[in-house]
Each structure stands twice: as structure tokens, then as C-alpha cells.
Design a protein around this ligand. Structure first.
Ligand code: HEC
Length: 161
């Protein structure tokens, strides 16, 4: 059976389209993140090994308060009688992604702010920085692209002062 020229023409068009589209897709996932006219480097990929390690550590150390599903307490926005707040969610519905890496590491290492009577314990004597970073990597894996980009931006943006 002879293959018609239409077939080869079709293949040629496919190759041409791929040659144009593939570099563009690669470029797109490698764009700087721009918020408030301030650009920071492209969103780094999550390290799957750290995400896996963080998942195990999260279940062991964080889930009892922040929930196995990262949903926190349903009443996390209402202060308790002692002025403290219940554990917030760590998924996109919470505000963990509003904070830069440095602050998140500080909260987990040293605990919540005593000024607010915070009930977030300090984990500095139980977990190494590397382990805490893995837990944060796992938490990040549960965010949408928008939350991840915002949190990356606020982490990587240049200081203003
Ligand atoms: C005994 C309960 C408890 C455990 C266990 C716990 N937390 Fe918390 N965490 C809290 C509470 C309560 C708050 C809210 C404190 C506040 O608002 O001052 C909080 C707040 C936080 C915040 C700040 C969130 C924000 O949006 O500002 C982070 C980050 C955090 N926890 C991470 C962790 C991680 C990671 C672990 C596990 C290593 C963990 N927590 C384990 C109770 C807990």
C-alpha cells in the first residue's frame, strides 16, 4: 500500500507545530514571577523527596492540631477566652502562604508569639532545620499555583528598606 503525500504532509505539519510549541511551553513554566511590578526568579520546583519526608513528619508532629488534611480548626478565625487562636489550616484556605520561608521556619522552630498567648509549640529541640524545611515543602505541595507563586514572591522579593 502506498502512503499518500497527505500523510507525509500531515507529519511535517506536526513536527513544525511541535518545534514551535514545545520551547514555548518550557519557557512559560520558567517565567519570572511578577507581583506589584516586582519580578523575582521563576517558581522553584518542589523536591519530591523532601515532600515525601515532610509528609511523614507532618503526620507525626503537626496533624494532631493542624489536621491530617491540613484543614486546621473550623473556628481558627475566632479567638478563644485566653486571647489565643485555634490552629489555622495549612492548605490554600489558611494564611500560612502569606508568610515568607524565613518567618515560617522561625514560627515552627521557636513557636508562636507569646504576646498573643500563642499555643503553637516550638519544635527547635525536636526537628532539625532540614526536617522543618521538608514539612514546609510538603505543605507547599498542597497549595494552588497562585498561593505558591505569592509565597515564593514574598520570600524572594528584594528588601525594600
Ligand atoms: C499543640 C497544637 C499544635 C501543634 C502540634 C502544631 N501547631 Fe502549629 N499552630 C498551633 C496553633 C494554636 C497556631 C495558631 C497560633 C497563633 O495564631 O498564634 C499554630 C500556628 C502555626 C503556624 C503559623 C500559621 C500562620 O498562618 O500564621 C505555622 C506555620 C505552624 N503552626 C506550623 C506547624 C507545624 C509545621 C507543625 C508541626 C511541626 C505544627 N504547627 C504543630 C498549634 C499547633
Amino acid at each position: 500500500m502506498r502512503v499518500s503525500w497527505r500523510f507525509w504532509f500531515f507529519i511535517l505539519v506536526l513536527i513544525g507545530a511541535a518545534a514551535i510549541l514545545i520551547p514555548q511551553i518550557a519557557l512559560q513554566s520558567n517565567q519570572p514571577v511578577v507581583i506589584n511590578q516586582t519580578a523575582v526568579p521563576p517558581l522553584p520546583r518542589l523536591d519530591p523527596e523532601k515532600v515525601d519526608e515532610g509528609k511523614v513528619l507532618y503526620a507525626q508532629y503537626c496533624a494532631e492540631c493542624h489536621g491530617a488534611d491540613l484543614k486546621g480548626s473550623p473556628t481558627w478565625k475566632q479567638s478563644l477566652a485566653d486571647g489565643s487562636f485555634p490552629p489555622p489550616p495549612h492548605d490554600s484556605s489558611g494564611h500560612t502562604w502569606h508568610h515568607p520561608d524565613e518567618l515560617l521556619l522561625d514560627i515552627v522552630k521557636n513557636g508562636g508569639d507569646p504576646v498573643y498567648n500563642s499555643k503553637m509549640p516550638a519544635f527547635g529541640d525536636k526537628l532539625s532545620d532540614e526536617e522543618i524545611i521538608s514539612i514546609l515543602e510538603f505543605i507547599k505541595s498542597k497549595w494552588g499555583t497562585e498561593e505558591r507563586e505569592f509565597q515564593w514572591w514574598i520570600t524572594a522579593r528584594p528588601d525594600w528598606e
